[in-house]
Ligand binder design. Structure first.
Ligand SMILES: [Zn+2]
Length: 207
């Protein structure tokens, strides 16, 4: 895919992990997290750079993600909590809320007003998501079929963006039916985890 070609060559790999840092630390020390490239265990390897994230209702969150190094291929990964997406200063839930409003047919300016964010920030998300919409829709269609006993595909609309949002919502619902603990995970955290952080970006680096 053209998109993937453009995005290759970024230095830091990202692994999306649980939002519970205590759990992740335990998993990391127990060798329970595995390398997405080679399948070997990941070991602790310092921390990524600290970053400030805008959360819901203007909350400011400070995050310093853990880093790991693969005991097999030696590649380092930044372990990003599922509440965040790579290279974004806003929490997954905030961006996802914007995409859901956009899916209702609103333009980026209206979405920005709803969220109290700048036009440019919201325009960037929507533009990225539009360029990814077909790949995202396909990914979550496969996930929906795998998760649901009797999968019901959302009706296609004239908007690839809306179709991609609808299938994410349906896949999250199917996941929550299958695993009730998913009810406590927002659909946009679920989405980021399920697609390895590539909701807006094809081959994420950590920055
Ligand atoms: Zn590896």
């Amino acid at each position: 895919m053209h998109d993937d070609t453009v995005c290759t060559g970024w230095r830091d790999q990202v692994l999306i992990v649980d939002a519970n840092v205590v759990l992740v630390e335990r998993q990391l020390r127990a060798g329970e997290l595995t390398c997405p490239r080679c399948g070997a265990g990941l070991a602790p390897w310092g921390h990524g750079r600290p970053r400030e994230i805008r959360g819901d209702l203007g909350a400011r969150l400070f995050v310093r993600p853990r880093r790991s190094r693969c005991t097999g291929c030696q590649v380092t990964h930044v372990l990003l909590p599922e509440t965040l997406w790579p290279r974004r200063a806003d929490a997954a839930e905030v961006i996802g809320a914007g995409l859901e409003i956009a899916a209702l047919g609103m333009g980026h300016r209206q979405v920005a007003v709803h969220l109290g964010l700048s036009d440019g920030t919201v325009r960037g998300w929507i533009r990225r998501f539009r360029s990814r919409a077909e790949a995202v829709r396909r990914h979550f269609t496969v996930a929906l079929v795998a998760l649901a006993d009797d999968p019901v595909m959302p009706e296609p609309t004239a908007s690839p963006l809306s179709d991609a949002v609808s299938v994410i919502v349906a896949a999250h619902r199917a996941a929550a039916t299958k695993w009730p603990r998913m009810n406590t995970v927002s659909r946009w955290s679920f989405a980021g985890r399920a697609i390895d952080g590539r909701v807006l970006t094809c081959a994420p680096s950590a920055n």
